[in-house]
Design a protein around this ligand. Structure first.
Ligand code: URA
Ligand code: CA
Length: 441
């Protein structure tokens, strides 16, 4: 088999076979096929596209390029959740305990990554002593005993995807539905998921800016999952503004605790109930999402979900007192409001600009080596549709450096668009995609 023939075949719009796909994925991972040939193939795929058979073969070839985590010793159906980016997204911290509290096993491997604020792992480390490093045996035992464990990714998961994604990133070939969907699904499948709930975000703060592409991406991922025997469904959600009010690390952990107590922000609570109810259905704990929602609400009301967070924190060496007393979390030296410059209704809040405003304060990592400041961040007070008066606080900045606070304030003011006419609030959940089709709300 020759790479040259595979490239010209795809360039001419023909379907690649399983053997051809395996050949280039394996050859590229081992360093036997050069970047320039794989770049040419990626560009051919970009223009000629791949069908579902090819996309599923690519996904599985990437899964099998590295370690596959074996979670078969965990009892029950392992349902994983994946969100496609977003700003101030604390859902894992809430959803994990919420679904574990009602008996669905949560075996979560999380990455750190770069971002506006830290990832789930960084946020969990706001509990002093919390450790994400554990041998796989302990991870599995914890899930069997407590129904939940969250660990750092140590395994070499889907190395082919890592290499291909990096290449696509610099060759203008990221934006292809098959390649994006295969890339995301390969990592989920390699981490041992039996079933997958996808949260595909759309809007200014999301990877998929327009709604149609978000539905298309969801459909592609659900089809891959179905094709390779993983029950998969997707929820399309709005990211035209940050989720919840908190953007930062300690601030988001506190918001997650509030949500588990049943008094979190409406949008964050709704998202967690929606994603959680689909997790319960795929996990075989409920027959319908309506029934599942009632079970989850009961878990919040009874305090079981919050107790589960404390159990998780303590099981991994963290200080559980922080769950009960939020005054213990680190506080910054500067807490200052951001005041509106005019009267009006909030029309939009550019989520990625708010993310950058938090990053500037030190809430996230600009490079892999950056240290995260857990105490800094932003609390939003106004969301889309709210009225604000000139001089009223639209947000509060938590900072440890006044020049950074000033930079952050400028970005927050620019992220908010305020208009005179009344603005309708937008629904958070835009639709769902299952193997049976697309339902738009
Ligand atoms: N995120 C991924 O993990 N892969 C892609 O290809 C795009 C976004
Ligand atoms: Ca948030």
């Amino acid at each position: 088999m020759r790479m040259y023939d595979i490239i010209t075949k795809k360039r001419n719009g023909e379907e690649l076979t399983k053997e051809e796909i395996r050949f280039f994925v394996e050859g590229y991972t081992k360093g036997e096929i050069p970047d320039y040939q794989v770049s040419a193939l990626m560009m051919a795929i970009y223009f000629q596209k791949m069908n579902m058979k090819e996309t599923s073969e690519l996904t599985m070839a990437m899964v099998e390029s590295g370690e596959i985590i074996d979670l078969s010793k965990i009892e029950g159906i392992k349902v994983d959740k994946h969100s496609t980016g977003g700003v101030g997204d604390t859902t894992t911290l809430i959803l994990g305990p919420m679904v574990a509290a009602v008996g669905v096993p949560v075996a979560k491997m999380s990455g750190r990554g770069l971002g506006h604020t830290g990832g789930t792992l960084d946020k969990l480390e706001a509990f002093p002593g919390f450790s994400i490093d554990m041998p796989i045996e302990k991870f599995i035992n914890n899930v069997n005993d407590k129904k939940i464990a969250i660990a750092g990714q140590t395994a070499n998961l889907a190395p082919a995807d890592k290499k291909l994604y990096a290449l696509r990133d610099v060759t203008g070939t990221v934006d292809n539905m098959s390649l994006i969907a295969g890339s995301i699904m390969s990592k989920k499948i390699a981490s041992g998921a039996d079933a997958i709930v996808l949260d595909i975000k759309t809007g200014s703060g999301a990877f998929m800016k327009d709604e149609d592409s978000a539905f298309e991406l969801a459909k592609e991922m659900v089809d891959i999952g179905t094709h390779v025997g993983r029950n998969t469904m997707g929820v399309i959600t709005d990211m035209d503004q940050p989720l919840g009010f908190a953007v930062g690390n300690a601030l988001e952990v506190i918001e997650a605790i509030d949500t588990l107590k049943g008094h979190g922000p409406e949008d964050l609570t709704e998202l967690c109930l929606t994603l959680g109810s689909h997790m319960l259905v795929l996990g075989g704990k409920a027959n319908s999402s309506e029934e599942a929602r009632e079970i989850l609400k009961e878990g919040l009301k009874s305090g079981k979900a919050l107790a589960k967070l404390k159990e998780l924190v303590e099981a991994q060496g963290g200080d559980g007192r922080f769950v009960e007393d939020q005054e213990l979390f680190p506080k910054p030296s500067i807490i200052e409001p951001v005041l509106a410059k005019e009267d009006g209704y909030i029309k939009s809040i550019k989520a990625d600009d708010i993310g950058i405003a938090a990053l500037v304060l030190g809430a996230g990592r600009e490079t892999k080596e950056s240290e995260i400041d857990l105490s800094v961040g932003i609390m939003l007070h106004k969301k889309i549709g709210d009225f604000v008066k000139k001089g009223e606080a639209i947000a509060t900045i938590y900072a440890n450096d006044d020049s950074k606070r000033v930079q952050s304030e400028e970005k927050i003011l620019k992220a908010y668009s305020i208009v005179k006419e009344k603005v309708e609030k937008k629904p958070l959940i835009k639709g769902i995609v299952t193997k049976d089709g697309i339902k738009k709300f």
